[in-house]
Design a protein. Structure first.
Length: 263
């Protein structure tokens, strides 16, 4: 049985832990406040470590679930306890494998970089994964299995992580904005906000599922909804006149550029 240690037990770590089959793995967590860490461990049905260093010594896989800005300090603290039979898994945005390797201060140390999104909280994350050359196939598969328990996993080259962050990591915020805009339009035309939001959220969710299940491209489906001279095509033309597609692409480009400045 492998032991997985989570350094940091915030929303993302808690979501991952909640999705794990704990009959096959032993799970540890560590945090800055031992009392709070113990409370969280009891809530999640896992074990609390007294310190980050203790967790590293007892774990086969170490999941770094801390904010990127404090990651260097935590890595400085725990790096003396790394050995080559352990594997580091980082979910920190904007920190690449080379930087993680430098922080580990351990030559040929196995490192996996993972990027889940907020939907992990409902076990529907879309997650990217990449490894360095020192990670065994067994551990890599185990890591994929761990993150498959909270959604879908996509193996992508590390050079594509900024784009992935934009279209999967940051885009839920943009989708929430779109849902809210449609809801407000519903309010403008007489539907109560709570009801309008539910209607829109259900429609957005089902429309996304339609793309996944039908095998048809989005524009093919747009054409199917748009009758000649009808209401939908009038709205589509208005969106095009107001640079809807271009504006979305601009937002993704801004996100990618910001991600690149963090590397």
């Amino acid at each position: 049985m492998k032991t997985i240690g989570f350094i940091g037990a915030g929303k993302m770590a808690s979501a991952i832990i909640a999705g794990l089959d704990k009959s096959n793995v032993r799970v540890l967590i560590s945090g800055r406040d031992l009392r709070k860490t113990q409370e969280q461990a009891d809530k999640l049905g896992v074990f609390a470590s007294h310190s980050h260093s203790e967790l590293v010594e007892q774990s086969d896989l170490i999941v770094m679930a801390v904010k990127p800005q404090i990651l260097p300090d935590v890595m400085e603290e725990i790096s003396p306890h790394f050995t080559k039979d352990k594997t580091l898994i980082s979910i920190a945005a904007g920190v690449d494998l080379e930087e993680l390797s430098d922080m580990s201060k351990t030559y040929d140390f196995p490192i996996i970089r993972v990027m889940p999104n907020i939907n992990a909280q409902i076990q529907k994350s879309t997650t990217a994964i990449v490894r360095n050359e020192y990670v065994s196939s067994e551990i890599y598969q185990l890591t994929q299995d761990i993150f498959s328990s909270i959604g879908t996993v996509h193996e992508i080259p590390e050079k594509d992580f900024p784009a992935f962050t934009a279209i999967a990591g940051s885009s839920p915020a943009y989708i929430y904005m779109f849902v809210d805009a449609l809801s407000r339009a519903g309010v403008l035309h007489g539907i109560p906000k709570e009801q309008a939001t539910k209607i829109v959220a259900e429609t957005v969710s089902a429309s996304a599922q339609m793309i996944l299940e039908s095998g048809e491209g989005p524009w093919t489906l747009v054409d199917k909804v748009s009758s000649p001279g009808g209401t939908t095509v009038a709205g589509v033309v208005s969106l095009e006149q107001n640079r809807f597609v271009a504006t979305v692409i601009d937002a993704i480009t801004a996100t990618v550029e910001k991600e690149n400045t963090l590397n």
